[in-house]
Design a protein around this ligand. Structure first.
Ligand code: AQP
Length: 325
């Protein structure tokens, strides 16, 4: 299968980005043809600093590599370097109903979050995302739960295009994990963990061990003292149990048994140790890669060359079908 996924270079990546998306990319590349993009054109739909964008792109690429994406197997590249993404997005916009875009939860949330930056790019974000995947004839998209609605739109656009202009695209499926597809904020477990939220709400992949411990020890928990998974009544402790389970390989039931009779403090202390140890190789690899900018640039250039061949062929076919050539 051809797999496509991407991440916005909007700052340091957190445990949610890793557990919801990147972690499932690693095994997928063993038997599939994977295309992993750094989606900078999406990053500029919310407030950003142009002076930091290139640095964020390099850091996001370094995280892909540190997490285990193999550039010999998978294509890694920067979205804006392939102009066909924006071109196909425009063509798909002409078959996208406005009402569908306005209904998107992410558009509503981000408009609420950035009231003075509600731009047409933010509204059209899901169409660009559809173009990202369809340009490579992607068949599956490993993402977190927050992207499910966007994939639904992508499927309906693929179907509509095929009906209108002839069979061209497969309808991509979302690959959403059962566990970890929505890691919640440490300070407000009703909200998802988000890069643009306050730093103490996120565990960043390159956080120093003392920061990780501090953030976990002060994470919002619920009244009561049992370490029990109950997403509605105990969302804070349930979120921490999910993180513990995914990083340790133990089930939540095993963890409930292990921490029976223990208090939140003891549980959090143990979780902090698990997280610090799990992320140790990330910190080490990031330090190694930080001084290897030329190497990262070379990977991105090779990825771009490979991506360009596929993108060009799809655009030619799309333009022919739409009567543009
Ligand atoms: N909290 C989360 N739990 C599980 N998966 C998550 N993802 C994001 N947050 C969580 C998944 O990570 C991938 C990349 O996301 P993105 O950076 O492209 O966009 P985002 O969803 O907008 O991420 P953030 O962290 O919330 O960033 P900001 O604050 O900049 O908007 C996607 O697969 C996403 O599902």
């Amino acid at each position: 299968m051809r797999i496509f996924s991407g991440i916005r270079p909007t700052g340091d990546l957190h445990l949610g980005n890793y557990l919801g998306a990147i972690k499932q990319w690693i095994p997928l590349q063993q038997i599939n043809e994977c295309v992993f993009c750094i989606v900078d054109l999406h990053a500029i739909t919310t407030p950003y600093d142009p002076k930091k964008l290139q640095k964020n792109i390099l850091e996001t690429t370094a995280i892909y590599l540190a997490a285990g994406i193999n550039p010999e197997k998978s294509i890694i590249f920067v979205q804006s370097q392939i102009k066909e993404h924006a071109e196909l997005a425009w063509l798909l916009e002409t078959i996208t109903p406005m009402g569908e875009l306005k209904r998107m939860t992410q558009f509503k949330e981000k408009s609420e979050q950035h009231k003075d930056y509600i731009n047409a790019g933010l509204l059209n974000y899901p169409v660009l995302m559809a173009a990202d995947v369809l340009l490579y004839k992607g068949e599956a998209v490993p993402v977190g739960k927050d992207q499910e609605q966007h994939i639904e739109l992508m499927r309906s656009l693929a179907k509509k295009f095929n009906q209108k202009f002839g069979q061209t695209f497969k309808e991509p499926e979302s690959l959403i994990l059962k566990e970890g597809s929505k890691i919640m904020s440490l300070t407000d477990p009703k909200k998802k963990m988000s890069k643009s939220d306050e730093p103490k709400s996120c565990i960043f992949l390159f956080d120093a061990p003392e920061d990780i411990t501090k953030k976990i020890m002060s994470a919002t928990t619920d009244s009561g003292k049992d370490i029990k998974y109950n997403i509605t009544k105990k969302s804070g402790i349930s979120n921490l149990l999910t993180i513990y389970s995914l990083l340790s390989g133990k089930t939540t039931q095993e963890l409930e048994k292990e921490f029976k009779g223990k208090n939140y403090g003891e549980f959090k202390k143990s979780l902090a140790e698990v997280v610090v140890n799990y992320l140790e190789p990330f910190r080490r690899k990031q330090k190694e890669l930080a001084s290897r900018e030329a190497y990262i640039q070379e990977i991105l250039k090779k990825g771009q060359d490979r991506a360009q061949i596929i993108a060009k062929a799809t655009m030619q076919e799309v333009k022919e079908k739409m009567g543009l050539v």
